[in-house]
Ligand binder design. Structure first.
Ligand SMILES: *[C@@H]1O[C@H](CO)[C@@H](O)[C@H](O)[C@H]1NC(C)=O
Ligand SMILES: *[C@@H]1O[C@H](CO)[C@@H](O)[C@H](O)[C@H]1NC(C)=O
Ligand SMILES: *[C@@H]1O[C@H](CO)[C@@H](O)[C@H](O)[C@H]1NC(C)=O
Ligand SMILES: *[C@@H]1O[C@H](CO)[C@@H](O)[C@H](O)[C@H]1NC(C)=O
Ligand SMILES: *[C@@H]1O[C@H](CO)[C@@H](O)[C@H](O)[C@H]1NC(C)=O
Ligand SMILES: *[C@@H]1O[C@H](CO)[C@@H](O)[C@H](O)[C@H]1NC(C)=O
Length: 377
């Protein structure tokens, strides 16, 4: 019996690719990614920008000198460059810069067959990252020395009337989805209705803690090539700037960000159910192994010392990431002596977010003044 079960299991594994496991049809090219904050979204952005650039797709880029789509205000179509001007296109293939989700306005920019997805992260770590990154910028964080101190007495520092920038301090992912981050989390009907909204609109919700599985599932649903979804970690912090919370602080963070916690619990469950339904555990594992092997090859091929570098070590200013708050944001040096074609490919993989936005903007709007990146001047 065990042998038979083993054989059947193997057969299912072998047959899956032929029976719709490997999705057929052309790659999906209309994609909207809601980039939530401090959730590994920069690496996803790099995947989307590279796909757009190498497939000559249009990107809904921020208007004028901006680098995000109106955040923290609710998104409006007029935050997109080139929209509504006579002679210019009315819709775009890819949309992925930071915005606060607002479906009717997004639909003015994206075609009606767009694939929507987003990414979320354990809210305890999301909040910790947010604190390090935005400490000086968020009113609620400005006058407190540590996140543990903040969580011990959040209402001392957090004033819900103090403006939208406080959204970084509480249920930030819930806010990015367009919802009220101060809503009462014990209103079960409200919470369930919002989770259902997300499920209905987003074909996929990725989990930052399971980034490689997320990329495998994304690639499967979009019918993209393996290399399209291979990414290096971008916008990550050096270990020096990651501070742990006490166990008590973690428990408090879950309660303080209870809406995000519900969101995360729900979609962490549906993610695994989906991954197993679409691919099955065996194929998921083997695809993740392929992805990691390919990233390993590209690491050796593209990166100097095969490792991330801090800002003083990055020699080419175009490859220096924007720095914020108390965090050292890491980037990469390219390996010297690459041939032209390899260098272009590697450059796209390591290009920091702001530089990539500026590059696509210059390509897409050659007649407009290029976006300036102040820290490079
Ligand atoms: C890219 O797209 C633009 C406009 O959509 C078109 O004019 C151009 O020829 C395309 N280039 C390539 C290489 O396909
Ligand atoms: C989607 O948009 C296209 C053209 O913009 C239109 O022809 C089509 O009817 C729309 N489909 C749906 C389901 O709304
Ligand atoms: C919260 O902010 C509002 C608006 O800035 C202000 O009027 C109010 O006094 C503040 N409340 C506290 C407790 O600081
Ligand atoms: C997310 O789901 C995985 C797989 O079921 C589970 O092992 C993990 O504990 C979950 N994470 C959280 C924070 O609930
Ligand atoms: C960057 O890394 C080098 C080598 O690890 C280290 O000596 C230097 O202090 C670091 N600089 C910063 C700003 O962290
Ligand atoms: C490499 O590319 C640059 C810019 O695209 C070009 O100017 C240069 O001639 C190329 N070099 C070689 C060896 O192909």
């Amino acid at each position: 019996m065990l042998l038979l079960a083993g054989i059947l299991h193997m057969d299912v594994g072998l047959l899956t690719p032929l029976l719709g496991g490997q999705a057929v049809g052309p790659p999906v090219t209309n994609v909207m990614f809601l980039k939530t904050h401090k959730t590994a979204g920069s690496s996803v952005l790099n995947v989307l920008f590279r796909f757009a650039e190498t497939h000559n797709l249009s990107v809904a880029l921020p208007v004028g000198s901006g680098f995000h789509l109106g955040y923290p205000w609710l998104f409006l179509a007029r935050y997109v460059e080139g929209l509504g001007r006579p002679g210019l296109q009315q819709q775009f293939n890819i949309m992925c810069n930071h915005l606060r989700f607002n479906l009717p306005e997004v639909q003015k920019v994206m075609p009606n067959d767009t694939f929507y997805f987003t990414i979320i992260r354990n809210p305890v770590f999301q909040l910790e990252s947010s604190f390090t990154y935005y400490a000086a910028y968020v009113p609620a964080f400005r006058h407190v020395k540590s996140l543990d101190a903040f969580l011990a007495s959040p209402w001392t520092y957090y004033n819900r009337s103090a403006g939208l920038n406080n959204a970084y301090a509480r249920n930030n992912m819930w806010f990015d989805l367009g919802f009220d981050n101060d809503a009462p989390p014990d209103d079960e009907a409200y919470v369930r209705a919002r989770l259902a909204d997300v499920e209905q609109r987003f074909q996929l919700v990725l989990i930052a803690e399971h980034f490689d599985e997320s990329m495998v599932l994304l690639r499967h649903l979009l019918r993209w090539q393996l290399d399209d979804v291979v990414a290096f970690r971008l916008n990550s912090r050096s270990t020096r700037s990651v501070t742990g919370l006490t166990p008590e602080g973690r428990a408090r963070a879950k309660r303080w960000c209870a809406l995000d916690w519900r969101l995360y619990q729900h979609f962490n469950r549906t993610f695994w159910a989906r991954a197993h339904a679409e691919l099955g555990p065996r194929r998921l594992r083997s695809e993740v192994a392929r992805l990691r092997a390919r990233r390993g090859e590209l690491t050796v091929r593209c990166l100097q010392d095969g490792a991330a570098k801090n800002k003083s070590q990055i020699t080419d200013p175009r490859l220096r990431p924007f720095q914020s708050g108390q965090a050292d944001i890491l980037g990469y040096n390219l390996r010297p002596g690459l041939d032209n074609q390899t260098q272009q490919m590697c450059l796209r993989l390591v290009m920091p977010e702001l530089q990539y936005v500026a590059r696509l903007y210059a390509l897409q709007f050659p007649d407009k003044s290029p976006k300036r990146i102040p820290f490079l001047e």
